[in-house]
Ligand binder design. Sequence first.
Ligand code: NI
Length: 176
Amino acid sequence: MRGMTVRNILIHPDPRLKKTCERVAEITPELRSLASDMLQTMYDAPGVGLAAPQIGELKRLIVMDCEKEPDASASPLVLFNPEIVWSSDESETREEGCLSIPEQYAEVERPAEVSVRWLDVDGSRQEEKFEGLWARCVQHEIDHLNGKLFIDYLTPLKRQMITRKMVKLKRERARG
Ligand code: NI
């Protein structure tokens, strides 16, 4: 197995985070390697989900691990071409954050449960119903594939405030 690499996570605002990503036609070894890098990058951050555009790869690929029990083993999920095929009428408001918008959190309302269809690392079709944090996370990550961030659900004023903070953060980081 090829070594896994922690990749650099893009910080908002970045034009690559606003793009609609392309569907994956075939699960190649390169894409499997990319998925491994993404898992490594997500665990390293640490975070519970990561979408390919967040490391500058404009492909429909997300990874997640929302297992919160401290003693539980890792439950990594790799989803190529994920699609929401059903959403519950019942919605839920929860606080969200994003690795591309560090240390900023806000309440976002989304369907409480969703069914998602995707291709796994072996190219097999999978479908699963998600609830709780998993449902929250999968919707947030699929949004990334459509160039949408959680701050796009906030008021323009709140969004501008957060964006200004991120511009400042990036300037500070660039200065070292
Ligand atoms: Ni995010």
